[in-house]
Structures are given as C-alpha cells and as structure tokens.
Design a protein. Structure first.
Length: 274
C-alpha cells in the first residue's frame, strides 16, 4: 500500500511538472504582451501598468480581421479535400487491400520523411510556373499534397483494423464498394476522421513558411503570417508580437478544447495501430 501510494504521488508530481512546463511559455507570452510597446521585458516580471490595449493594437496593426477571413478560406480549401482523399485512399489500402496497395502505402510513408523546408525552393518555382504565386491556391494546393502522406497513414491505420465480417455482410445484402464505403465504414470512422480534421486544421491555421514565401500580399496569408507585421526596420516590437501570437493561438486552442473528446476517442479506438 505504501509503495502504491508513493507511485501515485510520484505520478501526480510528474503530471504537475509537465503541466507547468507546458503552461510556462503561454504565461510568459501573456505577461510580456502587457508591457509597454517597444520595451524589452525580462523574465516573468508583471508590469506596473498593464497595457491591455496591446491586444487591440496588435489586432489592428496586423490587419487580423482580413487575415482571419483568409485563414478560414484556406482551411476550407485544404481540410475537406485532404480528409476526402486521405479517407478514400486509406480505405482502399487498409481494408480493400488493392493490388499494389502495400507499395503505394510505403511510398506514402516515405512522404512522411520528406523535409518540408527541403522542398520549398523547387515548390516556389513550380508554383510560379503555374501562375499561382501571390494567390491562396499557392498555399492550398501544396498543403493538400504535403498532408496526404499523414492523412493516408492515419486513416489506413483505422481501416486496417475493421473486421472483414462487416464488409462481407454488406456485400451479401447487395452493397457495392461505394455503398460499403459511404454507408458502413465512413460512419464507423468518424472518430478517426474528426481527429484528423482537428490536426489538419491546426497545421493549416498555423502555417507560416508557405504563407511568407509564396504569397506577397499580407491579406492573402494565414493568421500566422500576421507575425511579420511586427518586424520593423530596426527591430521587433516584442510586446505586440506576443499579443499577436496569443490572438493567433486563441482559435486553435478553442477548437482543440471543444473537440478534444473526439481526438481522445480516436486514439483509444486504435487510430494509430496497424
């Protein structure tokens, strides 16, 4: 009993320490955002006169209202298509086990090892030749391709664990492959699909590199692209940068809090197995 009690306390202390390490950067951002604009705060010192107006100034300086609209359009262009293609490919590779599916899956797995920064230069020239530079398509199309390996890997891990008896019963009732996919397996895969949607939303919303390199118009970038607005000729306004960072983080944090049950449910159902 004593050993079990010590293990329980050790686990709780470890959990508290992990929470502190996780929350400390956010606390530092919040405290720094309340300092006067143009200063360079040190540590976690609370300002004598908190500048709550920094959040409004950051919102206006980065034109976040327009960037919020742009980010929503980019997310709507990336997430549904990525989920559709990833789910269909994952179903074909993981459950139907089509001819050559194992080789195709290995190619997708290799895609997970592709360094994102390593393809940004050839991607720039390709997008330029397609005439899509400085448009939202310059962000949407590459992200769909870059997210495909993980989307297929995630959904294949779900479908590979689905029992064959479900499909056999549906086929005996006259269901074709499309009906089998749409009416039987997609409803059962909703936890995995919803958790994948959360991840793709977070990655798209926080996309910074593509927005900066491929789009010159700040109004067509993602919310993360707004951080460049606080970089001046002589330096960076640290308090406004921290305030803007917190404003950008707020939607992603809200989405995760609202849909965290779906994410945990997908993990518990074995979305990462197989």
């Amino acid at each position: 009993m004593i050993i079990a009690g010590r293990e329980a306390w050790t686990g709780r202390l470890l959990l508290i320490a992990m929470m502190a390490v996780t929350l400390l950067p956010f606390l530092s951002l919040f405290v720094t955002a309340l300092h006067p604009s143009g200063t360079y705060p040190a540590g976690l010192a609370w300002p004598q006169d908190p500048q709550w107006s920094n959040f409004l100034r950051a919102f206006e300086a980065a034109n976040m209202a327009e960037l919020l609209k742009s980010s929503v359009l980019i997310v709507l262009g990336v997430v549904p298509i990525s989920i559709l293609l990833g789910t269909m490919a994952g179903f074909a590779i993981g459950h139907l086990r089509v001819i050559g599916g194992r080789i195709v899956f290995l190619l997708f797995v290799l895609g997970l090892t592709l360094p994102f920064e390593g393809i940004i230069t050839p991607l720039y020239y390709q997008i330029r030749d397609m005439g899509l530079l400085n448009t939202r398509w310059a962000i949407i199309l590459p992200l769909i391709g870059l997210f495909m390996p993980f989307s297929v890997f995630w959904m294949r891990a779900h479908f590979v664990n689905m029992p064959e008896e479900l499909s056999e019963s549906a086929r005996m009732d006259g269901a074709n492959v499309w009906q089998l996919f749409r009416r039987i397996h997609v409803p059962l895969a909703m936890p995995a699909i919803s958790s994948l949607a959360i991840l793709l939303f977070l990655w798209t919303w926080n996309q910074f590199l593509l927005a900066i390199v491929l789009v010159d118009d700040p109004a067509k970038r993602t919310m993360s692209g707004a951080l460049g607005a606080f970089q001046g000729q002589w330096g960076t306004d640290i308090p406004l940068l921290c305030a803007g960072s917190l404003l950008i983080l707020t939607p992603t944090l809200a989405i995760f809090v609202v849909f965290q049950r779906h994410f945990v449910k997908a993990l518990l159902q074995g979305s990462l197995k197989g």
